[in-house]
Design a protein around this ligand. Structure first.
Ligand SMILES: CC(C)(COP(=O)(O)OP(=O)(O)OC[C@H]1O[C@@H](n2cnc3c(N)ncnc32)[C@H](O)[C@@H]1OP(=O)(O)O)[C@@H](O)C(=O)NCCC(=O)NCCS
Length: 241
């Protein structure tokens, strides 16, 4: 039975997690305190398929190679996007103010009954948006979601040359096993808690709100531009008479 104090503690922990403020446990800090950053990461549904394709098709040949492990052509990407299963898997995205998709992560659940508690993570960040920790945050978000879904092993298949991706996994505590030109990173996930569930719920709500605001702002600017165009046309017409 959930008590009020558990709920209050979980809510405070959720706020701390969102602001990335470490708990004060009286122990000396060995690592620098993280900057408070909230990157709105939202779960993407079927209606985002077109924008996912646009994001992936804009990747350079080298980035496509790193993301998919082979020289993915446009037709491969189109087939991959068309085959995304939004009911079974989880797709996360980061949008900018113009509603361009800057980063996409795919958490693919195992279809093999024997490995049902495993999920594979894949990610891409637009070249212009790299180094802002989007890749890291997407990894954390996917790990939290997988954990809350009862998954206990999240893994990444990456090329050994992909030091950025392998660093993200290593920094999160994953074990990296190199096998020649290819590597696997394994992250064992703890069991879900009330905190982890609440944190995910709040993060998703914030990201959905952020998206709605961006959408409304975009619609507002479109209407304003149309009004200005109409006004200019009317002025032009009256000047001609
Ligand atoms: C891999 C990728 C997703 C990383 O995205 P990102 O948002 O730029 O990554 P982050 O900003 O979170 O940086 C991750 C870490 O790698 C480090 N890093 C950045 N560039 C690096 C490089 N060239 N070599 C090693 N480490 C690097 C960063 O400093 C950061 O570490 P820190 O937290 O200790 O500072 C992005 O480069 C990408 O889309 N690549 C092409 C597709 C791909 O490789 N996908 C992964 C295969 S599944």
């Amino acid at each position: 039975m959930l008590e009020a104090k558990d709920l209050i503690r979980a809510t405070l922990d959720t706020g701390r997690a969102l602001m990335r403020i470490p708990k004060d446990d009286g122990q000396p800090r060995t690592a620098p305190v993280e900057t408070p950053v909230l990157i709105p990461i939202r779960s993407l549904g079927v209606n985002h398929r077109g924008r996912i394709a646009k994001h992936l098709l804009a990747l350079s040949p080298q980035d496509r190679y790193l993301r998919f492990g082979y020289a993915a052509q446009d037709s491969h990407i189109e087939r991959y996007v068309a085959g995304l299963d939004f009911d079974r898997d989880e797709i996360f995205g980061i949008y900018n103010r113009k509603l361009q998709l800057l980063a996409v992560a795919h958490l693919a659940y195992s279809i093999d009954a024997e490995f049902q508690s495993c999920a594979e993570f894949g990610v891409s960040v637009s070249a212009a948006a790299r180094g802002r920790h989007y890749g890291t945050r997407l990894f954390e978000r996917a790990a939290m979601h997988a954990r809350n879904d009862g998954v206990n092993l999240m893994f990444i298949h990456a090329l050994s040359e992909n030091s950025t991706m392998l660093n993200i996994a290593r920094n999160a505590g994953a074990r990296v096993e190199r096998d020649g030109s290819e590597s696997e990173a394994f992250l064992y996930l703890p069991r879900p808690t009330l905190d982890s569930r609440l944190t995910e719920l709040v993060e998703e709500q914030l990201a959905q709100t952020d998206y709605r605001i961006k959408l409304q702002a975009k619609q507002f600017w479109r209407i304003l531009t149309n009004i200005q165009k109409m006004r200019r046309n009317l002025n032009g017409d009256s000047a001609a008479h």
